[in-house]
Design a protein around this ligand. Structure first.
Ligand code: NAD
Length: 307
């Protein structure tokens, strides 16, 4: 069965639209997201424009704050302090990557975790690790939501995560191994968490043997055809996070997007599998909207209060 991220994301957008409309119908202001972009990396521009469009579709106000690539780190940090203290902004993100002269870690660490709707600040990551309420980064949140909506329970399952990045591999491993008391607002009751998780990476020996013991495989490596049919058991669930451009002279743009999984051969053996595109990607964008609404709902709490 195909896990249709595009369809589920559309359903969630409709739910969000209703929730935002209910707020404004009650005389409250709409949630507001700010997106800081530095320089003019074309891919970043596209991502930012897509995020702004997605916000508009559900009634979230979105403002783009653009700076030239030459901006000093201090000016950017000042802007982050300003956004941290601006009560009209519920959440904001700094689009990555940043120019080389700016210290990304320093920038992320400066964002108030209550407004960190990308879920990348050390506070949010640490709170997630400790099972405290937190804002979870968009892709892991989207994967979890996709599993929940299809009622794919993870309790007691062996989940193999391929990739150990801060934005996907590490947080999804952490979420799925947690006790499920750390529930996200709006998630269905499916038992998510309580899995036995193995994290694999570029130095892992005998990836195939490990994958052959998996009930669920989450691949986030950025390598086309990394997961092949001989590496999976019958009935496995496969979540393909990878987005890779491969040349295709027959395609209108001269390339097409593929994931990390040999989809054509793995799909017939899998109980559930995400396509690329149309799987995890749309869930990631909608998660940012959910995180913004979450930050809005928690915004009025006093400083230092546990969310
Ligand atoms: P990354 O690119 O920072 O790192 C890749 C990870 O994969 C590393 O931890 C590395 O150890 C591991 N890896 C690489 N080759 C491997 C191999 N042969 N065997 C085992 N492990 C290997 O990771 P990322 O930022 O999480 O991105 C991974 C992929 O997911 C990329 O294609 C990226 O474009 C995509 N991505 C998609 C979404 C989405 O919304 N669908 C979101 C984020 C990232």
């Amino acid at each position: 069965m195909i896990l249709d991220g595009k369809q589920i994301a559309q359903t969630i957008r409709a739910e969000l639209r209703e929730q935002v409309a209910a707020l404004t119908a009650n005389g409250l202001r709409a949630p507001k997201l700010a997106i800081v972009i530095v320089g003019n990396n074309p891919a970043s521009e596209t991502y930012v424009n897509n995020k702004i469009k997605a916000c508009a579709e559900v009634g979230i106000d979105a403002v783009k704050i653009a700076y030239p690539a030459e901006i000093t780190e201090q000016t950017l940090l000042n802007e982050i302090h300003r956004l941290n203290n601006d009560d009209s902004i519920d959440g904001f993100i700094v689009q990555l990557p940043l120019p080389e002269h700016i210290n990304e870690t320093q920038v992320l660490s400066t964002i108030d975790y209550r407004k960190d709707v990308d879920g990348l600040t050390p506070e949010n990551v640490g709170r997630t690790v400790q099972g405290l309420p937190s804002i979870i980064s968009a892709t892991p949140r989207g994967i979890r939501e996709l599993l929940a909506r299809y009622e794919i329970a993870t309790e007691g399952k062996h989940v193999v995560v391929i990739g150990r990045s801060n934005i996907v591999g590490k947080p999804i491993a952490m979420l799925l191994m947690q006790r499920p008391y750390l529930s996200l607002p709006g998630l269905s009751a499916a038992s998510l968490g309580d899995a036995t998780v193995t994290v694999c990476h570029s130095k892992t020996r005998d990836l195939k043997a490990i994958c052959l013991t998996a009930d669920i495989i989450i691949v986030a490596a950025g390598c086309p055809n990394l997961l092949t049919v001989d590496m999976v058991r019958e009935g496995v669930t496969v979540i393909d996070v990878g987005i890779n451009r491969i040349d295709d002279p027959a395609a209108p743009k001269g390339y097409r997007l593929v994931g990390d999984v040999d989809f054509a051969n793995v799909a017939p053996k899998a109980a559930y599998i995400t396509p690329v595109p149309g799987g995890v990607g749309p869930m990631t964008i909608v998660s940012l909207l959910q995180n913004t609404l979450q930050a809005y709902n928690e915004h009025s709490l006093p400083q230092g209060h546990d969310l």
